[in-house]
Design a protein around this ligand. Structure first.
Ligand SMILES: [Zn+2]
Length: 98
């Protein structure tokens, strides 16, 4: 599905992928759920790379009100972990016992 940009009056620009038929409809802001209008981007007039302009925008916003980042709980990693190091029961092998 294509990605479209919407602008919340409160939280700025966010992206939402949705079917083309729904692209012109307002999309709920991920932060406040208020329906935000779509931004018509001008692909032939790139002022700044998107990542950079978003960074600028975020920077501007956080000057006034830092954004709270709420992450979803991290999923359990399925990759095998390093095996636990064997505990040297005999103490330091290079040390002389008494
Ligand atoms: Zn919002």
């Amino acid at each position: 599905m294509p990605l479209y940009e919407y602008q919340c009056a409160e939280h700025g620009v966010f992206e939402r992928s949705r079917p083309m038929a729904e692209a012109s409809l307002a999309a709920p802001c991920p932060d406040c759920e208020v329906h935000a209008p779509r931004i018509l981007s001008a692909p032939n007039v790139p002022a700044l790379p998107r990542g950079l302009s978003r960074a600028h925008e975020r920077n501007e916003r956080s000057r006034h009100e830092p954004r709270r980042v709420e992450r979803a709980p991290r999923k359990e990693c399925s990759a095998p972990r390093d095996p636990p190091r064997p505990i040297a029961a005999a103490g330091r092998p290079w040390a002389l016992g008494h």
